[in-house]
Design a protein around this ligand. Sequence first.
Ligand code: SAH
Length: 232
Amino acid sequence: MMIVAILGAMREEIEPILERFQYTSVEYANNTFYLIDYAQGKMVVAYSKIGKVNSAITASVMIEHFKADYLIFTGVAGSLNADLKIGDLLLATSLVQHDVDICAFGHKAGFIPETSHYIKTNEDLNKIALKSAKDLKLSIKEGIIATSDQFICSSDKKEWIKNTFNADACEMEGASVALVCEAFKIPCVILRAISDEAGKEAEISFDTFLKIAATNSANLALKICENLKKKL
Ligand code: SAH
């Protein structure tokens, strides 16, 4: 039986999924996990709470405790690329931690020894994600995501991240989740819809567009799950 984990950071990011199914819930490690029977398998759905540490805990629990075989992250992000507008979808090909700084020792920004500098997502799953977007007639771009424990809402900071990491979007959970999945050898997709442009007043844009962007991403996450089940 195949188990697919669907993870968001905030309740709003998984609510569109929970609304569509009947579920049971389990409390574990200071979090709630929603279990859904789906096709011949199961989905385990949760929101981690914001940030790299919380999302790493929840991803680890989904894999080690709930035995997820695949993980799909769904949520919203700030755009660093002028071609990515509010509501647009971005599929991460690789992710980097932009707040990691041990540059004093001659390391590049974002690099931690003995780990991947840019953590790759799973190519086969990404192909399924692209096909799923096509099925739903949604346009989607592929790109690099820069993750940190900071909400980016300044044009200076935005330019620095964009130029230093060649990143297309910024958020607060993707790289940590991808790192967990890499460590446990669990294929993952990191999917984001744009809620803001990470510049001045990004927080106002975020509040305005969170729901619509989160729903766009969640709808595609479910389609990916459906197509994944068909393939296996
Ligand atoms: N409104 C929330 C805080 C949201 S923090 C509260 O008050 O509790 C922003 C969340 O959305 C994070 O989970 C992050 O992954 C994502 N995100 C969207 N836009 C972002 C940006 N410009 N910078 C960083 N993270 C962003």
